[in-house]
Ligand binder design. Structure first.
Ligand SMILES: *Cc1c(COP(=O)(O)O)cnc(C)c1O
Length: 398
């Protein structure tokens, strides 16, 4: 049998860590390895495969569109792109949309708009206020915006114009604001930073400050968008409307697609300002259209909000039983379980051995982000495995 792990060691540019799983097939909430062993996928991409692995809606869209038209330049009109545009605009607070291929690129587009808006409408203001521990992607500008030191340090000099403040601290944003500030750029709930849920009034206070100061509010909903939090977009949960939002991950349920959506007053791009070879091509936008239509038509956000109650109940009862589980936090189907010590890796590995894929989002925390379409039985089963693994790991680390 081919030793794929040896090939990886020999040929692959290792820029990230892998877990010891060679995935060969996926269906719904399950993945199978090369030996046919089955795993429940509570990592989900991360948070990417919104409809689960190889959902028929995605597969049929891919096959049907591939036969018709895979790619055509953005110099031409194409139908799936415009169908998805209409669907997103009609179901959000925004007026215009542009499509890209990845979360980082959607964020780049959003910040380019903000810079141009600053030049045209705000005396050349250019500074972006973003949060410590944020994650916005891996381009040079996004590692700078993200404020995680270890992602940035090897790659300096970095782009200018970013100010970092603690997350969930609206006063810090007020204090960091200067006449040069053009935008505040935040995740509504920090995903890669460990599922950090802000206070209910945080984004409202930030929105009010941005209004008062004529600053754009840009929300990165690459992880929180498209039903993940139990609302179609997380900004609805917090009762605010940003000026720009970015979407990625779940919008394509595993197919590379992202978007930035803008309100009219901020939509300052004019022809020639932006572009992408693949962004918005028929193949990926057809998938995005069918995925979003499925999410909306089947009230997936409402179902997610229901399932969240079961997750919350189970995780809180785990916390009550285990003093070493210090916090559980999340919304919808994005949750973190935090421990008193750095046992995240051990829990992740033990869960894998027990047939459950979770992710150690922090050294002391694991993240759960299963497909939004997960059945109640699979959800309960996965949580049961996780509880046993955590209890064992805590027993062993005492
Ligand atoms: C994953 C993620 C990104 C980056 O998306 P890529 O597709 O990897 O570029 C950006 N922002 C948030 C909030 C994310 O979770």
């Amino acid at each position: 049998m081919t030793n794929w792990r040896e090939k990886e060691a020999k040929y692959f540019l290792r820029a990230g860590k892998r877990m010891d799983l060679l995935a060969v097939r996926g269906e719904g909430t399950r993945i199978w390895d090369e030996h046919g062993r089955e795993y429940l996928d509570f990592f989900g991409g991360p948070a990417t495969i919104s409809l689960g692995h190889s959902h028929p809606v995605v597969v049929d869209a891919l096959v049907d569109q591939a036969k018709q038209l895979i790619h055509v330049s953005n110099s031409f009109y194409s139908i799936p792109q415009l169908q998805l545009a209409e669907l997103l605009i009609e179901h959000s607070c925004f007026d215009r949309v542009y499509f890209m291929n990845s979360g980082a690129e959607a964020n780049e587009g959003a910040l380019k708009i903000a810079r141009k808006w600053g030049k045209e409408k705000k005396n050349g203001a250019f500074e972006i206020i973003s949060a410590v521990n944020a994650f916005h992607g891996r381009t040079l500008q996004m590692i700078t915006a993200g404020g995680t030191e270890r992602y940035k340090a090897p790659f300096s000099p970095l782009p200018e114009g970013f100010i970092h403040v603690p997350f969930n601290d609206a006063d810090a944003i007020r204090q960091a604001t200067t006449p040069r500030t053009v935008a505040v750029f935040l995740e509504p709930i920090q995903g890669e930073g460990g599922i950090n849920v802000p206070d209910d009034d945080y984004l409202k206070r930030v929105r009010a400050w941005c209004d008062e100061q004529n600053i754009l509010l840009i929300l990165d909903e690459v992880q929180t968008g498209c039903g993940r939090t139990g609302a179609l977009f997380a900004y609805e949960l917090f009762g605010v409307e940003p000026d720009i939002v970015t979407l990625g991950k779940g919008i394509g349920s595993g197919v590379p697609l992202s978007a930035f959506l803008v309100k009219e007053h901020a939509a300052v791009f004019t022809p020639g300002d932006h572009g992408s070879t693949y962004g918005g091509e028929p193949l990926t936008t057809r998938v995005g259209y069918e995925v979003m239509k499925y999410i909306i038509d089947n009230d997936i956000p409402g179902q997610v909000a229901q399932k969240a109650k079961a997750v919350e109940r189970r995780l809180h009862s785990l916390m009550d039983r285990c003093p070493h589980v210090t916090e559980v936090r999340g919304k919808g189907l994005m949750w973190a379980v935090q421990f008193s010590g750095d046992i995240g890796e051990r829990v992740t590995n033990d869960a894998l051995a027990a047939g459950l894929i979770v992710n150690n989002v922090r050294p002391n925390a694991v993240r759960l982000a299963p497909p939004l379409t997960i059945s109640d039985d699979d959800l309960e089963h996965g949580l049961t495995i996780l509880e046993h693994v955590i209890e064992d790991a805590i027993g062993a680390s005492k």
